[in-house]
Design a protein around this ligand. Structure first.
Ligand code: AP5
Ligand code: MG
Ligand code: ZN
Length: 214
């Protein structure tokens, strides 16, 4: 059971690395951010509950996110493992995950802590572009698409995420430091934490992660 948690601040590269890992290990990426954005777009009750928190760069209430992850982990494609991207993000979420994995007979094998200089994060987030068709991620400077504004994989137009504005990013970073960084201590004594230097080339970081997992 390859249960993996990708832990790291906004812009650390959780989504970028998770997408590469899902292909190599044939286990799904579970991104609470992606799931919440899909719910907002679809206008569901969940989306309506989440939208204001997300727009402000705040955290969506624990019980809401815990509910969606619990349902998702019970699905059959999580049988061999899963990559959690952006969850858990608070101590109560981590405690809930412990309970849920136990109930479902699953196990977290590694908590990968992606470590990036805080000064790099703003530039990464301001230049990020996302494909609305297939979810692929780009960066105007660090990982540009072959044709400007268009996805290499599916040709769909690329957009900037609503919460990738300087003011909102500042709030997201503050919330990370306050609510999420304490998870490093929570997992400290489990023997599952691995530090990953997540500055530098995307492929080099990926190679370092694969080495840990294999
Ligand atoms: P979420 O979608 O999870 O956003 P986030 O945590 O802020 O993280 P990001 O997706 O911004 O960054 P990332 O680490 O995935 O980086 P990426 O790979 O894209 O959450 C959004 C919102 O939803 C939250 O604010 C909250 O409101 C809510 N939410 C979600 N989960 C929640 C939870 N559990 N509890 C409560 N609320 C929740 O990379 C960023 C950019 O950098 C890209 O352009 C990429 O191309 C580039 N890049 C990547 N790697 C490199 C590299 N090595 N060098 C240069 N550039 C790079
Ligand atoms: Mg992400
Ligand atoms: Zn695409």
């Amino acid at each position: 059971m390859m249960g993996i948690i990708l832990l790291g601040p906004p812009g650390a590269g959780k989504g970028t690395q998770a997408k590469k890992l899902t292909q190599a290990f044939a286990i799904p990426q579970i991104s609470t951010g992606d799931m919440l954005r899909a719910a907002v777009k679809a206008g569901t009750t969940l989306g309506k509950q989440a939208k204001a928190f997300m727009d402000a760069g705040g955290l969506v209430p624990d019980e809401v996110v815990i509910g969606i992850v619990k349902e998702r982990l019970a699905e059959p494609d999580c049988g061999k493992g899963f990559i959690l991207d952006g969850f858990p993000r608070t101590i109560p979420q981590a405690e809930a995950l412990d309970r849920v994995t136990k109930e479902l007979g699953k196990e977290i094998r590694f908590v990968l802590s992606l470590e990036v200089d805080q000064n790099d994060l703003m530039e990464r987030l301001c230049g990020r572009r996302t494909c609305t068709g297939c979810g692929a991620m780009y960066h105007v400077k660090f990982n540009p698409p072959k044709a400007e504004g268009k996805c290499d994989k599916c040709g769909t137009a690329l957009i900037q995420r609503d919460d990738d504005k300087e003011e909102t990013i500042t709030n997201r970073l503050a919330n990370y430091n306050k609510a999420t960084a304490p998870l490093l201590d929570y997992y400290r004594n489990t023997g599952k934490i691995r530090s990953v230097m997540a500055s530098g080339e995307i492929d080099a970081i990926y190679a370092a992660i694969v080495k840990i997992l294999r």
